[in-house]
Write a protein that binds this ligand. Structure first.
Ligand code: NAP
Length: 267
């Protein structure tokens, strides 16, 4: 039996085991997916050595280890080099290779929304790990990128083609797509939005990386202005599917897996 899992801290709530077990069932993969809750960053190295001995073939990596894991891997995929964070590692020929499948989850989400991003103005709210993966995906798709931060002068994100602006600047802007990459509006704080309703009027599409609740207040604002909206579920499922493709060296049907899972999640 193949072994995979999720490394993070305080992750008992994670949806990942459900997602990966669904893929194992659909594709008859004889495998298990376990939660590895690691309390201390300084035990990552010994943890990796022990699971390598156990025969684990791949891991997803989540908060707070997406950056610190890079100190313990042998190779970085091209997107990890640009983003500076990984959410997936593969044990391969005695080496550890790091990937960022959130990046692929975002590309799939843009495809699902039917977007053509070339030379289009896109605004991303927040400047954490998810925003960095979003900026990399949008850069590769040749969008014109504005990153909104509560502290724009700190210049946390230094990727090409990205201008950092304040929330005040946003009131004078319009564009193609606006993305919420902050945690504002996540369950149980569902009565919060990172921007007021008037801002959503100025964009054609709105994407929230949050998937619980299904429709955040940010998306409700956009919906009420008749804009096309999408939540973070496609990204979540697609990053997991891409991880399985990398670990097992196979191609999977993203749409089929999404359709199988959506009712289970929002029942
Ligand atoms: P993070 O690093 O904790 O925060 C993202 C950024 O949001 C921060 O850097 C900050 O940027 C801004 N922010 C934080 N608290 C805020 C507040 N109270 N008001 C306004 N802005 C605030 O989180 P992350 O890992 O990047 O994730 C961001 C969101 O994406 C989360 O909701 C997460 O669940 C979601 N996500 C979804 C998926 C998926 O598969 N769907 C994957 C990854 C993440 P500034 O300081 O620059 O303002």
């Amino acid at each position: 039996m193949k072994k995979f899992g999720l490394l993070g801290k305080n992750i008992s709530y994670s949806f990942s085991p459900v997602l990966h077990k669904k893929i194992f069932n659909l594709y008859s993969i004889d495998a298990e997916y376990n939660i590895y809750d690691l309390k201390e960053e300084n035990s990552i190295e010994s943890f990796l050595n022990s699971i390598k001995k156990e025969g684990v073939l791949g891991l997803n990596v989540t908060i707070p280890y997406k950056t610190s894991i890079l100190d313990f891997v042998d190779e970085l995929s091209p997107e990890v080099k640009d983003i500076g964070a990984a959410n997936c590692i593969k044990f391969c020929n005695n080496k550890i290779i790091a990937y960022n499948t959130d990046y692929f989850g975002l590309v799939k989400t843009f495809e699902k929304m039917g977007l053509n991003l070339t030379n289009k103005k896109v605004v991303i709210l927040g400047s954490g790990g998810a925003a960095k993966a979003t900026i990399k995906a949008l850069t590769d798709l040749k969008a014109i990128i504005y990153n909104v931060s509560r502290n724009p002068n700190k210049e946390k994100i230094k990727l090409k083609n990205t201008r950092t602006i304040s929330y005040e600047d946003l009131f004078d802007m319009s564009g193609y797509l606006i993305i919420n990459a902050t945690p504002v509006g996540t369950f149980p704080n569902i009565d919060k939005s990172p921007v007021p309703q008037s801002i959503l009027q100025n964009f054609d599409f709105a994407l929230d990386l949050i998937y619980n609740p299904k429709e955040t207040l940010f998306l409700k604002f956009a919906h009420s202005k008749n804009k096309q909206i999408e939540n973070g579920l496609c990204m979540l499922i697609s990053q997991g599917v891409k991880s399985e493709e990398i670990w097992n060296d196979i191609e999977l049907n993203y749409e089929k897996i999404y359709d199988e899972l959506i009712d289970e999640i929002y029942k």
